[in-house]
Design a protein around this ligand. Sequence first.
Ligand SMILES: Nc1nc2c(ncn2[C@@H]2O[C@H](COP(=O)(O)OP(=O)(O)O)[C@@H](O)[C@H]2O)c(=O)[nH]1
Ligand SMILES: [Mg+2]
Length: 238
Amino acid sequence: MSVDVVIPAFNEESSLPLVLAAIPRPPVRRVVVADNNSTDTTAEVARAGGAMVVFEPRPGYGAACLRALSHLRENDPPEIVVFLDGDYSDHPEELPAVIAPIVAGEADVVIGSRTLGRREAGALLPQARMGNFVACTLIRLLYGHRYTDLGPFRAARWNAFERLAMEDQDFGWTAELQVKALRHGMRVVEVPVSYRKRVGVSKITGTLKGTFLAGYKILLTVFRHSFGTVSSKRGKSR
Ligand SMILES: Nc1nc2c(ncn2[C@@H]2O[C@H](COP(=O)(O)OP(=O)(O)O)[C@@H](O)[C@H]2O)c(=O)[nH]1
Ligand SMILES: [Mg+2]
């Protein structure tokens, strides 16, 4: 199956070369780095590492992912899309294990769980662990499904993923993906993934503003999608 990787990146020039070098090709066909007005050499190092670069002027993790996805949609979309962070916290060499349930025809969406996997001490900041716990508990109460993580390393079958009609532009993206997959009755599987301390500076949970905005947006997103009926039409998938 064809596999493409999406990496949202904002000022990750020091970590991206390591991430790109660790991505196993095959099975990966193309890597798309979505750059949000980075002020460093993110775009150059991404190209030098064999990635395609797309630019997204709207700031935000979600906006970057959406831009990369629309690029893939218009250019021979893959059968499997994988998301990875650009900070070298994830272990890209674990990608075959992350896509395995999809390749085996047993899953539509796979979430790499850092809670189930091996975590370097201090890699997942306390506020991130707390946020994950609260969000996963709320999802369990509202949706009846037990997730152990809102992880950045994940994979989806392209055709299933397209039905989710993703729209969040920033911090709610991961939560939106995970709860919409449940609302659509998709087969969701978690696999353990390793997690290490990032290279470079955190943009989200390492900052006070990022932590509060992300926490607020994630909870709002989990609530919002728990109401109404499911439709795969854009804007009506609540
Ligand atoms: N394109 C884009 N990427 C972002 C933005 N904010 C964070 N990222 C990327 O999203 C990933 C996760 O961000 P990170 O700073 O590691 O957050 P943390 O893991 O919560 O500390 C990294 O690859 C960042 O470069 C953004 O506004 N735009
Ligand atoms: Mg990170």
